[in-house]
Design a binder for this molecule. Structure first.
Ligand SMILES: [Zn+2]
Length: 365
C-alpha cells in the first residue's frame, strides 16, 4: 500500500512541519497516504476488499493495523486524523460484516477514545461497536481499561522476539491484570536483502541478507522455528497462555521435556536460559544481540549506541557462555545440547581475537 504514492504523489500524507511524507517502512519502504484524499480512501478500500474477498475468502476476519510510523498533518487531518482513518475502518468493516456477520475485525483503540496516543496526539471519540476486537500494544496503543471493560474481545501484543521468558511472563500477567482477554506475540523472522537503514540507522546492514532471527550459525536448511532458542519462546507462549499461574519451576520442567532428553541434567535448562539471554539482550527486529556478532557491536560503539554498563554486561555474558561451553564434551547425544553447544561455539569463534572490543568504548583508537 505504501508503494501507491510512488505513482500518485498527490496522495502522500503530510509531516507535522508541513513537508510531504518521508520514505519509511520495514523492508518495503514507501510513503504514508493521506486519508483526507478521497482517492486514498478508495484505493485502501479496494485493496483491502480484494485481499479479503478474493485472496483470502475463507479468512475468519481481518486485522487493521494503525500506523506507528507516522500520521497525516494536512490541514484537513490536523487534529482529526483518526476520524479520517475511521472512515476507512468503518467502510471495510461494513463490507466484511455484510458478507459474514461473525467475522473478527481487529482494530486499534484510537477511534474510540480521545486519550493520548504515543507520538501522535490524541484519538477520536467515535461510537464503539462491540463487534470490533480491540488491539493494544505497549509502545503505540497502551491498554485502556475503560475500553477493555466494554469490549467482549481484546488483544494485547508484545514483541516476544525481543524478550526472555521471564519478561514474556510479566507481559502475560500485565495483560491479564488489565482485563485483556487475548494475547499475540511477534515471532517472525526476516530473510530479506536490506536496502534501507532499517530501525532508524542500521545502515551497516545495507546490501546484506538477513538470517532468520539473526542465527548466523544455522545452516540454511534448518528450521529456525525448531531451533532451541526459538522453541524456548514458543514454549513460553504456549505454557503461559494455557496456565497463566504456572510456577517458574513447573515452566523449567516443561522446557526440559520439550528440548532436552530425560537423562540430561536439568541444569541444561539454566544453560539454555543463559544462552537465550545473551542472544536476546539488546537485540533489534533485524539483528541478534550485539554479543552474538562482535562486528555489530563495533558498529554500535562507533555510532555511540553503547553504554559502559552494557559493555560490562556483555563481558559478563561472554564469560557465562565460556563457562557453559566448558561443561559439555563431545559426543553430544542429546540433540538439544548439540544445538546449544554448536551455537555457542560459533559465537565464541567470532570473539576469538576480538575481545578487546569489550574493553574500551573506542575500539579503533
Ligand atoms: Zn491529511
Amino acid at each position: 500500500m505504501n508503494q501507491y504514492a510512488l505513482e500518485h504523489p498527490e496522495l502522500k500524507a503530510y509531516q507535522k512541519d508541513g513537508r510531504l511524507a518521508k520514505l519509511d517502512g520495514m523492508h518495503c519502504w514507501g510513503y504514508a497516504l493521506n486519508p483526507s484524499q478521497p482517492n486514498a480512501q478508495k484505493f485502501m478500500l479496494d485493496y483491502a476488499s480484494e485481499m479479503y474477498f478474493d485472496f483470502y475468502p475463507n479468512a475468519d476476519g481481518l486485522f487493521i493495523e494503525s500506523s506507528d510510523y507516522s500520521i497525516c498533518y494536512c490541514p484537513r487531518c490536523q487534529g482529526h486524523y483518526y476520524e479520517r482513518e475511521f472512515e476507512f475502518v468503518q467502510a471495510i468493516s461494513e463490507r466484511v460484516w455484510r458478507n459474514r456477520s461473525d467475522a473478527s475485525i481487529v482494530v486499534y483503540p484510537h477511534y474510540f477514545s480521545s486519550a493520548d496516543i504515543p507520538l501522535f496526539g490524541h484519538g477520536a471519540e467515535e461510537k464503539y461497536d462491540p463487534r470490533w476486537t480491540l488491539f493494544f500494544t505497549p509502545h503505540s496503543a497502551p491498554i485502556q481499561t475503560k475500553l477493555t471493560s466494554k469490549a467482549p474481545r481484546s488483544i494485547y501484543w508484545e514483541p516476544l522476539i525481543l524478550q526472555t521468558p521471564d519478561q514474556a511472563k510479566s507481559a502475560f500477567l500485565r495483560a491479564q491484570a488489565s482485563g485483556v482477554n487475548g494475547l499475540v506475540f511477534s515471532l517472525e523472522f526476516y530473510t530479506f536483502l536490506v536496502r534501507y537503514p532499517e530501525d532508524g540507522g542500521n545502515w551497516h546492514l545495507i546490501g546484506t541478507r538477513l538470517k532468520p532471527f539473526g542465527h548466523d550459525w544455522l545452516p540454511s536448511i534448518d528450521d529456525p522455528y525448531a531451533y532451541p532458542l526459538t522453541r524456548l519462546l514458543r514454549t513460553t507462549f504456549r505454557e503461559f497462555c494455557r496456565y497463566p499461574a504456572l510456577s517458574w519451576e513447573a515452566f523449567r520442567a516443561v522446557v526440559k521435556k520439550e528440548i532436552f532428553w530425560e537423562s540430561t541434567p536439568s541444569s541444561a535448562v539454566d544453560d539454555l536460559l543463559e544462552w537465550q539471554k545473551a542472544y536476546v539482550t539488546d537485540r533489534s527486529w533485524y539483528t541478534p544481540g550485539p554479543l552474538m556478532t562482535p562486528h555489530l557491536l563495533s558498529w554500535q560503539l562507533e555510532l555511540g549506541h553503547v553504554t559502559p554498563a552494557q559493555l560490562q554486561n556483555y563481558r559478563e555474558m561472554l564469560e557465562g557462555l565460556k563457562r557453559i561451553r566448558r561443561k559439555y564434551r563431545e559426543p553430544y547425544k542429546d540433540p538439544g545440547i548439540k544445538s546449544m553447544v554448536e551455537g555457542i561455539d560459533w559465537v565464541l569463534a567470532q570473539w576469538a581475537g576480538h575481545e578487546r572490543i569489550l574493553e574500551t568504548s573506542y575500539p579503533n583508537s
